[in-house]
Design a protein around this ligand. Sequence first.
Ligand code: NDP
Ligand code: PYC
Length: 338
Amino acid sequence: MNNTVKIPLNEIRPLARDVLVGAGYDDAHAASIAKMLYTCQLDDCQSHGLFRLFMCIQTIKAGKIDGAAVPDITQAGKAIIKADAHGGMSLLAMEAAIPQLIEKTREFGIAAIAINRCFHFSALWPEVERLSQAGLAAMAMVPSHSWVAPAGGTRGTLGTNPLAFSWPRKDKTPFTFDFATSAFARGEIELYKRAGKPLPDGVAVDQDGNPTNDPDAAMAGAMLTFGGYKGSALSIMIELMAGPLIDDMTSLESMEFAQGQGGAPYHGEIILAFDPAQFSGGKVAENDARAERLFADIIDQGARLPSQRRFAARARNIERGYVEISADLYADLRALLP
Ligand code: NDP
Ligand code: PYC
């Protein structure tokens, strides 16, 4: 980033909250969205930090979301928690269901939340890290809009479909990864467009199915999965696990539902949690040591564990008391204020 602005940490949430309430979200939704944006911005996740305020505002302008929806938490089977977002943003439903997920996972060893009927704009790592902080291993996945072509295809069928995983580590930051199964997240392409930068090869094809480096042509055409057929298969799995499995929409259906009006996709989310204490036959310490040996062997080679850049950014931003975003983005965000 060339021209940047420093935003003090204590100004991030109020800025987001004022924009969200001004646009029509109630206090509870605005607070949960602002918390997520703060959490991501604190870790320098530029594509899903404050930048995502635009998507949240576009979503309420499109008129389909209920900015005051109250989620409903019920049980379906002993270890399945159903969190109906009732047409609101996903985060309140997720927050309401997580304590029960922790409780059920400790009771049964494995449990899941199915969030239904939610609009979804956010990164998944804060959700799985909440569970690894409780000593559980966790995975989360969501579809999005059908912007992404399957391997061998040229038409958007799949979502950008992120997959997140977190593994608890004693006295250390967890092992966490969280990435789109498309080569680039949609938000990343939007940031390239804002910066006037060409995309690298392998990210998208244009409307005629030809490779493109132009962000506009990529968004009008189809994005590509990472890792060819492997990313494509993972993306299809996410469609199934966070769609038909939990009685909710695929990315194709979410796109149809949006009727071209933009904003956050509308679909479901699945979060799975596993209790190492129950899986490891009481040998948690021994098995933790195995995991640590694995991590050490990776680091010894000069490779890094995913999320280490993020944890370093968090420590640095907390220490200096501010985050940095591009000056253009900051000006556009302030223009959203009522
Ligand atoms: P990135 O490609 O930026 O990074 C993904 C992960 O890979 C991070 O955990 C990152 O760790 C890790 N990583 C990156 N480089 C390395 C490396 N050299 N060695 C080891 N690990 C590395 O993610 P995406 O752009 O695909 O996704 C960004 C965010 O967008 C995610 O949080 C995702 O949830 C969100 N998203 C949300 C969607 C939705 O529908 N809600 C849709 C698509 C994406 P680190 O952060 O430390 O670099
Ligand atoms: O960046 O692909 C993305 C995305 C979709 C929904 C929210 N973020």
